[in-house]
Design a binder for this molecule. Sequence first.
Ligand code: WT7
Length: 668
Amino acid sequence: MTNHHTTGDGGSIESRLTEQEYFRPPPEFVGQANVTDSSIYDRFEENWPAAYEEFAELLDWAERWDQVLDDSNPPFYEWFTGGKLNASYQAVDRHLPERKDQTAILWEGEHGTTERIAYQDLYRRVNEMAAVFREVGVAEDDIVTMHMPMVPGLPISMLAAARIGAPHSEVFAGFSAQALADRIDDAGSDVVVTIDGYYRRGEFLDHKEKADKALELAESDPETVLLFTREDELHEDVSIDSDDPYVLVDEVLQDKQGVSVEPVARDAEDPLFLMYTSGTTGQPKGTQHRTGGYMAYVTATSKYVLDIEPADTYWCSADIGWITGHSYIVYGPLSLGTTTVMYEGAPDFPHKGRLWEMAEKYDVDIFHTSPTAVRMFMKWGEEIPRQYDFDFRHLTTVGEPIQPEAWLWYYEHIGGGDAVIVDTWWQTETGGHLITNLPALKDMKPGSAGFAVPGIEPAILDDQGNEIDPATGQAGNLVITKPWPGMLQTVYGNDERFIDEYWRAFSDTSSDDPEDWVYRAGDGAVHERDGYWRILGRLDDVMNVAGHRLGTMELESAVAEVSDVAEAAVAGRDDPEKGTVPDIYVTLREGVDPGEDVRDRVVGAIEAEIGTFARPANVWFVDELPKTRSGKIMRRLLEDISNDEQLGNTTTLRDPSVPEDIRRQVQD
Ligand code: WT7
């Protein structure tokens, strides 16, 4: 199977996938599952949207809601209006009476140090950190930007900000100084949180360096940068100048020992956080998530889909810097009062059995990872996990389509044939899972994400927006036709962009009838004859690199900043491990010779603007880019070339010989 697909000129989305067999969920799993009554699907269908009260009732509200859904002003839907709650209270305080001594966060540093943070300790540390935020002037509704790696200070800071009603905006630690600066500016943050450094493959990485540079690059001028330290003291290679805005978290904490900070009762619709993500145009956009609907949705899906119980040890190996970590390392699992595992470092350090060694040591019950990681484990070989004695009952994947071969390998060599495999399709914008099986109720089918979560109404449309009949095995544009509580509220500060990116394509935007508003996911999907959904991947100018979303526009504008470059176009190349990697096609200015030096600057520009994780596979210097008569770059043809495929239709090109010349250069 391949992820590569194109929207043909006739507007049809092709898929060439083979049918797969079904796997029953093991009886031992079904016997203990959180949801075993299939009437849940009917309840949500017959009683929509009121059935979502079941989700909200999993939380402890300071004030109950008046209305489940206010859809009077689509697409600005409001959930559980009139309700009040605090997210840190759900994740921490409410568990104290029953499980204050149980581990909430089980952190392992790359060197093997373990920190078990019991719910009582988490309560103390979140309260103290909330007091630190207040001390440096963070008020309710101020957005705090965080640039933190996988250390306990990250979830503690998120929960502390949530406690005082300050939305957080965590920027993945792998993002560059420029990316951090852009996000600080867009969110208008006065307070930033970072750390001196962290460990990766045995090396201490100076992380403060990026914040230093971001402060220079940012247009705004944050007043305070709170600096955590990875060890007890500031690392010897890192220093603070007297006129820097840095403040050591440990210093402010000194007179905050044991203080308590009342959780602020937030309106259900008050924002909880921003998560920046790539879109089809320009700068990354701040996906804004609400407090009530989001917390209800991630708590319910953690319980029903991930099958988490308080007594479990649950491990999602994603990074908290992405939405998966927000929803399914921090908020969902902690809201259910379970033990959530966090690991600082690389999966192959100091050896390729690191993750399985940890799974054995901590007796992990549920393991959650990406298809990219599974393909890597496969490549490393089954002899590696075989050396360890772990026993999972539930395995989740997220982020990209999982190929049946990888699914089967995961099932057999990691699940031992007696764990459920749960493929979860969702997005930064959706807050939580939308298409995935309730694992005790549906058979597994390798390569298919499964059925919609109760209450979710997916459909597929052709490029003209006509609905394709359900369950006919055809492919189309994946859309969601009804709102759900976990959905984004808007793009921070930009309602127009929110409408443009997600709604305009298939909605009647002049209507105030919610039936006329359809959410465009940007993915292609096949609705199989048996009702299972198979996700094909992105159809727009967004690519999925090792489970990370990158916009072609962002990459292209980074490359365009290299002075010798005239024009650049990015195409996704299928990669056996990472899913997709960017190939960059570049034309150079008059008189510039292609060579290593320009190539290095192109790669360097991407690393500096976005981050090293976005590094391209190839930089191709070409004489001309394929363009239509109206001057639009035909990236689709470049994608065909990068993927060793036959060139698609070239009749609309200004100069049809261009792609053939490039093809010869790249493929021969
Ligand atoms: C895009 C969203 C949701 C958390 C991680 C990524 C792709 C996500 C699956 C899946 C096939 C998937 C889609 C989607 N995707 N999960 N189970 N099967 N594709 O979040 O960075 O917002 O990316 O990831 O293309 O649109 P994200």
